[in-house]
Design a protein around this ligand. Structure first.
Ligand SMILES: C[S@@+](CC[C@H](N)C(=O)[O-])C[C@H]1O[C@@H](n2cnc3c(N)ncnc32)[C@H](O)[C@@H]1O
Length: 260
């Protein structure tokens, strides 16, 4: 039977092994999800489950994937991407012709590659920078490979799909031209240093299981990482209630701006 001591030991051991700090995730949800997971794999306590992931690297990988939930798609929440493309990016480009963008928690790359395709249409001759980061190295490897199932692509306009992808068997491979515009790095948002000087930061559908304190600290760090006038774009259920207190201005729903 799991108890508090079992949970505390598990959190510490997992942190030592993976640098994933469960103290920064909402405990009730995390405990429920992890208990469901370990019960399916025949463990009865967190510590017993930890010895299983210690000795079974496939199970460990499956568990990290499960914890970090990597679900994504191109142009996720398409109506927000229309605003991004038609209003936010043109306004940012009018202030600075070469944009410095960060897709934080990029999973298999659908989000930063969506940005790259937008910039190729809006400002094809400028050398922009798109930094894309994730905690999960397996996801980064998939992002770099750039091979997608049809379901990931359902929001891409047919003309774009034809221009930027080639079909190989049942999958779609993104062009080298789009790939070359995105720089992928492993980065833990709860632990690692942030760069500064971004025109646009996206952190969408990443923070769902973070505690309120972890989210607040993270949003303050994103604020500091933006240039004056820079924009922060969050997921469709992740409105920031205390955006003013952090220093942001409201720009559009789910977009916040750092004042000039
Ligand atoms: C649901 S996906 C979101 C992908 C994309 N932003 C989107 O909206 O479609 C969440 C991603 O956040 C990553 N993630 C979770 N915790 C993280 C952390 N502490 N640091 C960096 N990435 C993290 C996961 O590995 C996962 O790939």
């Amino acid at each position: 039977m799991s108890d508090d001591k079992d949970w505390e030991t598990f959190k510490q051991k997992l942190f030592n092994k993976s640098a994933i700090d469960l103290n920064q995730y909402k405990p009730a949800q995390m405990q429920r999800r992890i208990t469901n997971f370990y019960t399916r794999h025949g463990a009865k306590t967190y510590v017993e489950f930890f010895s299983k992931i210690e000795s079974d690297s496939r199970l460990y990988k499956e568990f990290v994937d499960f914890l970090t939930i990597n679900v994504t798609e191109f142009f996720r929440t398409p109506e927000k991407f229309v605003e991004l493309e038609e209003k936010v990016i043109p306004e940012l480009l009018s202030a600075s012709p070469r944009l410095n963008i960060w897709s934080a928690g990029c999973s298999i790359g659908a989000e930063p590659y969506s940005l790259a395709m937008i910039l190729m249409d809006k400002a094809p001759h400028s050398k922009h920078r798109i930094l894309a980061s994730d905690l999960d190295v397996e996801m980064l490897a998939k992002a770099k490979a750039g091979s997608y199932a049809p379901g990931d692509l359902k929001n891409i306009a047919p003309a774009r799909l034809n221009r930027h992808f080639s079909k190989v068997n049942d999958n779609f491979i993104i062009s080298d031209d789009v790939k070359s515009r995105v720089e992928f790095v492993r980065h833990n948002l709860l632990l690692d240093k942030f760069e500064c000087g971004f025109d646009l930061i996206l952190c969408r559908n990443v923070v769902i299981y973070f505690t309120e304190e972890a989210k607040d600290a993270l949003y303050r760090r994103f604020f500091a990482a933006l240039k004056p006038g820079g924009v922060f774009f969050v997921g469709g259920t992740e409105a920031i209630l205390n955006f003013r207190e952090i220093g942001f201005q409201h720009y559009l729903p789910f977009f916040y701006r750092k004042p000039l």
